[in-house]
Design a protein around this ligand. Structure first.
Ligand code: NOJ
Length: 562
């Protein structure tokens, strides 16, 4: 079997039109803007940098870009601490730069999804500064979740709840008269005060924000911590132990049923545009609760992070795919698929570590390895990348939308040896270093083998890049037919050509450890999770994640047949 030369033929871009269903099987590429491309050499990626790299995105063949936060921010949490929801961080550019970027993406046939962070603002947001200057019980404080402390002098936090990043979820403020005062809730860093979604002004303001970006031509929204907005802080507040096993929908902080009333309002706004603006929920909820976020009258789609939490194991992958297709059918949305994002250890690295080498849950695999500076257990980088390429090709064959994270098309590994004094993730600081955090997947991209920051910009990068980035630079891979970049391009070109109805049929009998699936129109994908080479079914080879061996599919390899 020889690869079909048609796979490398250029694919003409599609101009975004009015197709209301464009998102259902889109390939969405996540740009973490501060680490993508730096146009002015200040070490921080920016919007003009994104615009300058549109040829890369176009030749890759993605349908949409999801832009992580680019709003003004002190970067206490990589931009997820937003000072102003309707502005651009001056270090990243201006609103005019945003408009130019959106127009250039659209001209290249690429849609634009922006991140929206409604659970919390930053502590520098005008509302929070107003709240600090206002007395307890004031309307300004009511936009957030202020409470009196416990104990005779209010010096104890209102409850023993812990923040997601470690440490207490409450921080005490100093009142305008200089005395120690109330406490405010922050599920994440102290610089990220939680908003009060029972307050009508908060609700109204986010509708204004949705319209602000939709009016500028944004095609959709990725909704941060979508499952936390509705809260029940009725006193007395329960202890952490009392709510540890709360039944679905009854936890005071997470995944409450009332949250969906908010998204019903959002959907009305999103549907007032042509085509309707899309939204995808980042909701770390039980699988049985996911459909509620994904229904057409709600956000319309929800992430499932099940693939990125699965081991490299045929059974686990098959269960995840089968279950999520069923869940998608339940909601009416298409399924989402994710192997990497800005919050987890890159999948090339996860698959190169022994199974069980990390903690499960919220993509925690690899975090223990990070704690050792990437020395123990020993990473099998070559194996990890081989499996990552196979996993990606399998993911791209699934019905639904696939989310790619910047740099995975270069086969980047996690950077494990960032010195403590260069780390930025609040997880590192709030956990007292017992967790390293997510900086290792956020290191600025290598575009060229040379240059002060491998072509990221004209100056040094805001996070240190390792020397091994040179060999993986985009310009090096340009010239290599076996490069991961080449594989991604070929796979996306084939996917676009082969894409049909959102249906999948498992083909049995390929042997244990082999997943063989068929899509309408004769598209087949076969993945060999190992360890022995497997026979391929009849068909013409379109693309494979690695070389075949005497016409057979080696371990840790995926092939598409047509
Ligand atoms: C989820 C985002 O993906 C993550 O990066 C961020 O730290 C938290 N939400 C808090 O906004």
């Amino acid at each position: 079997m020889t690869p079909d030369p048609a796979a490398t033929a250029p694919v003409p871009p599609r101009t975004p039109g009015d197709d209301a269903d464009w998102w259902r099987q889109a390939v969405v590429y996540q740009v973490y803007p501060r680490s993508f491309a730096d146009s002015d050499g200040d070490g921080l990626g920016d919007l003009r940098g994104v615009t300058s790299r549109i040829p890369h995105l176009r030749s890759l063949g993605v349908d949409a870009v999801w832009l992580s936060p680019f709003y003004p921010s002190a970067l206490a949490d990589g931009g997820y601490d937003v000072d102003d929801y309707r502005a651009v961080d001056p270090r990243l550019g201006t609103l005019e730069d945003f408009d130019a970027m959106a127009a250039a993406l659209h001209a290249a046939g690429i849609r634009l999804i922006v991140d929206i962070v409604p659970n919390h603002s930053s502590n520098r947001h005008a509302w929070f500064r107003e709240a600090l200057a206002a007395p307890p019980g004031s309307p300004a404080r009511d936009r957030y979740l202020f409470r009196d402390g416990g104990g005779p002098d209010g010096s104890l936090p209102p409850s023993d709840w812990q923040s997601v990043f470690g440490g207490p979820a409450w921080t005490r403020v100093t009142e305008p008269d200089g005395t120690p005062g109330q406490w405010y809730l922050h599920l994440f860093a102290a610089e990220q005060p939680d908003l009060n979604w029972d307050n009508p002004e908060v609700r109204q303001d986010f509708l204004t924000t949705l319209r602000f970006w939709a009016d500028r031509g944004v095609d959709g929204f990725r909704v941060d911590v979508a499952h936390a907005l509705a809260k029940d802080l009725t006193e007395p507040l329960p202890s952490a132990a009392e709510i540890a096993d709360a039944a679905h929908g009854t936890h005071p902080l997470w995944d409450r049923d009332e949250v969906h009333a908010i998204y019903t309002e959002w959907r009305e706004v999103l549907d007032s545009y042509t085509p309707p603006r899309t939204a995808v929920a980042e909701a770390w909820v039980h699988a049985s609760r996911r459909a509620r976020y994904a229904v057409p009258g709600g956000l319309g789609q929800a992430f499932n992070f099940d693939l990125l939490q699965a081991d490299w194991d045929a059974k686990q992958f098959r269960t995840v795919v089968t279950d999520n297709l069923a869940l998608a059918a339940e909601s009416g949305a298409s399924s989402t698929w994710v192997l990497s994002n800005h919050d987890v250890v890159r999948h090339a690295t996860r698959y190169g570590l022994p199974p069980g080498g990390g903690r499960h849950g919220q993509g925690q695999d690899g975090v223990d390895w990070l704690l050792t500076g990437g020395t123990s257990p020993v990473l099998d980088a070559e194996l990890g990348l081989r499996r990552a390429r196979a996993a990606t090709l399998l993911m791209l064959a699934l019905p639904g939308s696939a989310y790619l994270y910047q740099g995975e098309e270069l086969g980047l590994h996690e950077v494990a040896d960032i010195p403590a004094d260069r780390r930025q993730d609040p997880t590192f600081f709030r956990s007292g270093g017992t967790e390293v955090g997510r900086d290792g997947c956020r290191v600025p991209l290598p575009w060229t083998a040379d240059g002060p920051s491998f072509g990221f910009g004209d100056g040094p990068a805001h996070l240190p890049q390792p020397a091994w980035f040179a060999a993986l630079a985009a310009d090096v891979q340009e010239r290599d037919p076996h490069a991961t970049l080449t594989l991604y391009r070929e796979a996306l070109a084939w996917r676009r050509r082969l894409q049909g109805p959102e249906e999948l049929e498992w083909v049995e009998g390929s042997g244990e450890g082999v997943l063989h699936l068929r899509r309408p129109g004769g598209w087949q994908s076969v993945t060999n999770f190992g360890p022995e080479p497997a026979d391929l079914p009849p068909g013409i080879l379109a693309v494979a994640s690695g070389p075949l061996e005497d016409g057979r599919l080696p371990a840790d390899t995926t092939a598409w047949l047509v």
